[in-house]
Write a protein that binds this ligand. Structure first.
Ligand code: NAD
Length: 493
């Protein structure tokens, strides 16, 4: 296994990307913005920041390429071969991609290497394998008519993604969009463009034609807004905050009414009943709250505990949280890295302080950081107890390693607490009574219910939310609906 020094050596041998990717090549924008390493506060690069004109050029090129049919008219089997090749190249370049991901966002290198990068490769492979197995339809019309219902690609798709799982979430959009024959303009979050830029090069190497995948780096309110308002984009898929998603809905309404598919925030409840396997529930509750520094849209950031087990559970939970190894993201022993940037970490600290002012009791695990790390972006796992729906933290998506604990007495109360949120992304139920779990799962207003686990997720199952967690669905064959439109061709015989 590579140790921190090996990763630092590898870093000294690679050139960090700083150009955006348009028409099959890297290009320097007229504008730039600085990217620093969130773990160490070291400056890394001045990254290209595309302006409206650069966005327009990329969209125009995407349109030309789409119309040319070099990708959209390929037989699905041919697109499959190229996307499978891309998956293979992601695996071959896994170490470099993992390093780039960790440098940008401060997540542990072991997570980038073993979860994020293989996940992206599998996603491309899965959609590649699917696409030549999907059939169109013939409608049940009368015998002298033939009505064909075909799926056609949308055309030029914009994909806007956040920084918490940069390559994975980009792949969730790109794989089905490309498999169905679209041209995609991807805008990574300003904090985390490295892996998307490397992916563009790998896509070219895989034989995907120039202009089919372009990566525009830049700031949300400039590059993102220009894509959102562009009159020649046919569909926009978005993952990020609820607040930004609402802006994209306005951009669409004020431009060409492009469909906007939002995947947004969450405040997921982890409901633990007294009859659960508490050892398993404890381990998974730690994972659900603190994995990826808690920067997970479906993080189980509200633990709802049946009152009779609450004291015992909380004590054990804090003991387990103390064992999480916080450290340098490039150290393979690190289990929790830093937050994305100082501003976000300050917001998280502020949310904790506010909860304390409202009366929450907090347990913060002490931080012992090495000197080469920036303490302003690190936050230790924080457990807030005594939280009720009157607390702001009960409702607010904190997006950090902060979990609030609320107790309940009855099943009805548990469901009411869980559903008391503007969000509805995910929830977990822990009980050995599977009948109870299934009945309750139907009452939860969320996109995914995990029973006796947390945050269950697979490329084969749809992922998305109810309420203000958005209404798009990523993953599974259902994602194909976003990237295709139905055409009826009716023949009178
Ligand atoms: P964000 O909304 O700030 O940014 C997301 C993207 O939108 C970025 O690429 C950003 O540059 C762009 N953007 C920001 N402001 C913009 C504007 N005014 N106009 C156009 N584009 C703009 O979100 P974030 O902070 O990067 O990510 C965290 C959020 O993402 C959390 O709310 C989290 O719950 C959510 N998220 C949701 C899912 C899901 O699948 N539901 C998955 C991961 C993250």
């Amino acid at each position: 296994m590579k140790v921190k020094k090996d990763w630092l050596d590898q870093l000294s041998q690679i050139e960090l990307p700083k150009s955006y990717f348009v028409a099959g090549q890297y290009a320097e924008s007229k504008h730039t913005y600085p990217i620093t390493n969130p773990a160490t506060a070291e400056f890394m690069v001045n990254m290209s920041a595309c302006d409206e004109q650069e966005v327009n050029q990329a969209v125009e090129f995407a349109r030309t390429v789409f119309k040319s049919g070099v990708w959209s008219n390929l037989a699905p089997r041919e697109r499959k071969q190229k996307l499978k090749k891309l998956a293979e190249l992601i695996r071959e370049n896994a170490e470099e991609l993992a390093l780039l991901e960790t440098l940008n966002v401060g997540k542990p290198i072991q997570d980038s290497l073993n979860v994020d990068i293989p996940g992206a490769a599998s996603c491309f492979e899965w959609y590649a394998e699917s696409i030549d197995k999907i059939y169109d339809e013939i409608a049940p019309t009368s015998n002298d008519q033939l009505a064909m219902i075909r799926r056609e690609p949308m055309g030029v798709v914009a994909a806007i993604v956040p920084w918490n799982f940069p390559l994975d979430l980009a792949s969730w959009k790109l794989a089905p969009a490309l498999a169905t024959g679209n041209c995609v303009v991807l805008k990574p979050a300003e904090q985390s463009p490295f892996t998307a830029l490397k992916l563009a090069q790998l896509a070219k190497q895989a034989g995907i034609p120039d202009g089919v995948l372009q990566v525009l780096t830049g700031l949300g309110h400039i590059t993102g807004q220009a894509l959102g308002r562009h009159p020649d984009i046919d569909c926009l898929v978005f993952t990020g905050s609820t607040e930004t998603a609402k802006k994209f809905l306005v951009y669409s309404a004020e431009s060409n009414m492009k469909p906007v598919w939002p995947e947004t925030g969450g405040k997921s409840a982890n409901i633990i009943f007294a009859d659960a396997d508490l050892d398993q529930a404890l381990d998974k509750a730690i994972f659900g709250a603190f994995y990826n520094q808690g920067e997970v849209c479906s993080a189980n950031s509200r633990i709802l505990l049946e009152h009779s087990i609450s004291q015992q559970f909380i004590e054990k939970f804090i003991e387990k949280a103390k064992n999480i190894k916080i450290g340098h993201p490039l150290d393979p022993n690190t289990q929790m890295g830093c937050l994305i940037d100082r501003q976000h970490a300050d917001n998280v600290r502020h949310a904790i302080e506010q909860a304390k002012v409202q009366g929450a009791k907090d347990y913060v695990i002490p931080l012992n950081l090495d000197e080469d790390l920036d303490p302003t972006t690190y936050i230790a796992p924080t457990v807030l107890t005594g939280v009720t729906p009157e607390f702001r933290i009960f409702h607010q998506e904190v997006f950090g390693p902060v979990v609030s604990i609320t107790t309940f007495e009855t099943q009805e109360e548990a469901i009411e607490l869980a559903n008391n949120s503007i969000y509805g992304l995910a929830a977990s139920i822990w009980t050995k009574d599977i009948q109870k779990a299934i009945i309750l799962s139907k009452q939860l207003l969320v996109g995914t219910v995990s029973i006796n686990t947390v945050d269950a997720l697979d490329v084969s199952t749809p992922f998305g939310g109810y309420k203000q967690s958005g209404y798009g669905r990523d993953l599974s064959l259902h994602a194909i609906d976003k990237f295709t439109q139905l055409k009826t061709t009716w023949i009178q015989l």
